[in-house]
Design a protein around this ligand. Structure first.
Ligand SMILES: [Zn+2]
Length: 342
């Protein structure tokens, strides 16, 4: 993913954002409070950590590589062991540099017949090159994508695993779908890719190819969800989650649900009541398809208006050494409680 409003954000709007940060939880009359709703089951961060490590151990999950195929097979098999209905959506797409790739989206459903549904999205591929490195010689190196990719898949998997283990009387009032999208991260970043052209320039920038395909060809067919939550980079030590621009514009009430819930259950150190600019990520295309969707992604809390991503983003530093169970716990437990508030 990348920032996209950096150059188009109006100065007036930028001023407004920085001058009026919302620092307190917004009171929402319509939302049931966490004290009225049943407490969600405990989110097991050790399990989420293990799922992260397992994906990283395959090697970089770059489309068209054996590691990518093997990790995809693992995700499908693992989700089936939870007793869930699992579907695969293969697709082909062209990346910005002209590579024709084979991708696959993976969809697992919990309580598939429930009328009210919430979708959890994460991308499972890794960026093919560490072009976020400041040292230009390192920008073609592969990267592990431990936080950017694996951690979010792991948190979504652990949530749906936990739900699948609940007795019927402890089930939430909504069905939950984990939708793992492929080929999010092979996009054109003009700031970082030296001397390369975006061959898709007339037709996009090559980011989010799996979610774009899914949004146009939904699986299951005719899919509907009340809202979606996209997880991206949710595993790093000292992870911080701000209220992202497109999420606020398209799904403000869901942003409020998530951030207020985090505050109520003690995770306001992670979920900051700070509004930040819009970025290109899978939620953009899912919102366009009519599902109001919020992006929970790691945004550095300080560093100025033009700093949208943490230092490890798209670098070789995004490996298991930065993964922290505490961050995954904060995100996983908050999202679980949001589901139990419904
Ligand atoms: Zn990325």
């Amino acid at each position: 993913m990348k920032n996209f409003l950096r150059f188009s954000l109006l100065p007036a709007a930028a001023l407004l954002l920085t001058a009026c940060p919302s620092e307190k939880p917004a009171e929402t009359a319509s939302q049931p409070s966490a004290t009225q709703a049943p407490a969600a089951p405990a989110f097991n961060a050790d399990s989420a950590y293990a799922y992260t490590a397992k994906q990283v151990a395959f090697g970089p999950r770059v489309p068209n590589t054996p590691a990518h195929v093997a990790c995809g097979n693992y995700l499908v098999t693992k989700l089936k062991t939870f007793g869930l209905s699992v579907r695969e959506q293969p697709f082909e797409a062209m990346t910005f540099d002209g590579t024709q790739i084979k991708g696959r989206n993976i969809i697992a459903q919990y309580q598939p017949t429930a009328a009210r549904r919430v979708a959890l999205f994460a991308h499972w591929d890794t960026r093919p090159f560490a072009d976020g490195e400041t040292d230009k010689a390192k920008r073609k190196l592969p990267m592990d994508g431990a936080s950017d990719g694996a951690s979010a898949v792991a948190v979504a998997m652990e949530i749906i695993r936990t739900l699948s283990r609940q007795p019927e009387k402890m089930a939430p009032n909504v069905g939950v779908d984990v939708i793992l999208v492929d080929a999010e991260d092979w996009g054109f970043d003009a700031d970082r890719i030296d001397g390369q052209k975006n061959l898709l320039a007339n037709n996009g920038d090559g980011w989010c190819l799996g979610s774009r395909y899914w949004a146009k060809n939904m699986v299951p067919p005719g899919y509907k969800a009340e809202y979606g939550i996209l997880l991206d980079m949710v595993g790093a030590k000292d992870g911080r989650f701000t209220r992202e621009g497109t999420s606020l514009a398209k799904a403000r009430s869901v942003v409020d649900k998530i951030w207020n819930t985090a505050a109520k259950i003690g995770y306001s150190d992670y979920f900051l009541f700070k509004d930040t600019g819009a970025i290109t990520d899978d939620h953009v295309y899912i919102n366009e398809a009519g599902i109001p969707t919020v992006d929970i992604y790691d945004h550095p809390p300080f560093g100025g208006e033009n700093v949208y991503f943490p230092a490890y983003h798209h670098t070789t530093a995004d490996n298991m050494s930065i993964i922290d169970r505490k961050t995954m716990k904060a995100v996983g437990q908050t999202v679980m409680q949001v589901l139990y508030n419904e």
